[in-house]
Design a protein around this ligand. Structure first.
Ligand SMILES: [Zn+2]
Ligand SMILES: [Zn+2]
Length: 310
């Protein structure tokens, strides 16, 4: 089915005679731009349908940082929702206050939402928590991703509730999900590993991840095809994270052993199904301070904020 063009050294699309723009090694497929776009859009639709991520009449809040993943997510959901009746989208951008990074992506987010004619709201850390991430992190940079992750989740859930949304969609891709599995294993955090595979219990609004089976590389190529590719700065805090090392390691493994990331996620599903009956995360209760649902006395946000007091 596949044929390499002897002159260019580039391969031909597995479905037509055009040049391939991407090689999907785990599926042994080479696809041209048109066939890749069609294939990816169909796979996202299928993920959404099979996991009942969207129902008729839903209002979906979409986390839109303005970076690659969330840009692709909004472009794709804008198409996917047309298969349903009465579904509306509301894009949400969280401005954490990261100098030299977030400004550009916020501009990008505003432009995209306007181009697609989608309602858009921006919430900021200073307005929700009293200070920017940069201010919170002075001298505590090594905790950046943990602190930011907890506060961002809360900010998104709050904004999604304000928007009257039934669900919150985030741009987590295959690489992110595989990294999370491995990180939880490396930290010995089994409860979290299991919790990540199911519904989010920490907040009221169920979260959906329509790009969970799409790789970082596929998202980049999709954005190029859609003319939505933009070179944006990297978050200055990522170099402090365990995730950065896990990311490099997994990319190498995926290259050497195609399908590694999908198998890693499958192992989480299998493990979670085996443990379904036993309770690894404790019963759901309500935070003593803010009343949010959580698995301990205080929710993550209320436990965290005192340690960041300026
Ligand atoms: Zn083709
Ligand atoms: Zn709380």
């Amino acid at each position: 089915m596949t044929a390499a063009s002897p002159c260019s050294g580039r391969s031909t699309c597995s479905c037509c005679t055009k040049s391939a723009v991407i090689s999907l090694r785990d599926r042994n497929l080479q696809l041209c731009g048109d066939h890749f776009r069609e294939d990816l859009e169909a796979r996202v639709s299928q993920t959404v349908r099979e996991n009942t991520m969207i129902r008729d009449g839903d209002r979906i809040a979409v986390a839109l940082s303005g970076g690659k993943d969330s840009t692709a997510l909004l472009l794709l959901l804008d198409k996917v929702v047309k298969d349903y009746t009465g579904v509306s989208l509301a894009a949400i951008t969280v401005d954490e206050g990261i100098a030299g990074y977030r400004e550009d992506t916020v501009v990008s987010a505003v432009r995209l939402a306007a181009d697609l004619g989608i309602e858009h709201r921006i919430v900021s850390f200073p307005e929700l928590f009293g200070a920017s991430l940069d201010t919170f992190l002075k001298g505590k940079e090594t905790r950046a991703c943990t602190v930011c992750g907890i506060l961002r989740k809360k900010a998104l859930a709050t904004a999604a509730q304000q928007a009257g949304a039934d669900r919150l969609a985030t741009g987590h891709n295959l690489n992110d999900e595989a990294q999370s599995v491995l990180m939880n294993v490396l930290r010995g955090d089994l409860p979290r590993l299991i919790r990540d595979s199911g519904k989010e219990t920490e907040f009221f609004i169920p979260r959906i991840k329509p790009l969970q089976e799409i790789s970082e590389k596929e998202i980049a190529v999709y954005l190029m095809i859609r003319g939505a590719w933009r070179e944006l700065p990297e978050c200055p805090y990522t170099r402090y994270a365990l995730r950065a090392e896990v990311r490099t390691m997994l990319s190498k493994l995926e290259y050497d052993y195609p399908g590694t990331m999908k198998r890693l996620i499958q192992s989480r599903k299998t493990l979670s199904a085996c443990l379904k009956k036993s309770d690894v995360s404790g019963p759901l209760q309500h935070c003593k301070q803010c009343g949010d649902p959580c698995s301990r006395e205080l929710c993550q946000v209320c436990s965290l904020l005192p340690s960041l007091r300026l």
